[in-house]
Design a protein around this ligand. Sequence first.
Ligand code: ZN
Length: 210
Amino acid sequence: MSIFITRAHELADIKDELAARDWFMGTSGNLAIKVQDEPLQFLVTASGKDKRKRTAEDFLIVDKEGNPIGETNVKPSAETLLHCEIYGRSNAGCSLHVHTVANNVISEIYGDEGKVVFKGQELIKAFGRWEEDAEWEIPIIYNYAHIPTLAAAMIPFIKEDKGAVLIRNHGITVWGRDGFEAKKVLEACEFLFQYQLTLLQAKANLQAVK
Ligand SMILES: [Zn+2]
């Protein structure tokens, strides 16, 4: 089987798993997986499709600038440039972008601080931080409507082959060396966001009964 077909199947499986979590509300979200370096080519989700369904035109192959390679009836996701920056600046093999209520609320609560920090959480190990009381910081960038500006705002935070950036009141972009790692980072982030929101709510409830 060609590497293209293998990667397309891998991305389709990831898409199904994230769809099962209902992380593609209103056709939002986009996924990408690298097919080759030199020249860079990656598969990305087609624009405006219901990602809960499997079709023959779910993905298309694009170059390092996000332009489709070859004939196609579909357009790459409007946010393909974000994936281009990740593959151009790291050894990531997969990058995922989803909009969830939890990541949007967290990005709004901590947006003015420009980051949300998690400390002493078991799931921080997903980011390769194994020490006790390790910290993990997720930057929060402004949601520029102009996609090249948004992609440029993310560049300073693409420092490692795996990572995560929140876009305020928009969603999260994560990446990892392969599909397994990118998904692990995404699931860990969403766990931490839900934990934080539940904790804040529980603290507020305790305060109210005091
Ligand atoms: Zn988005």
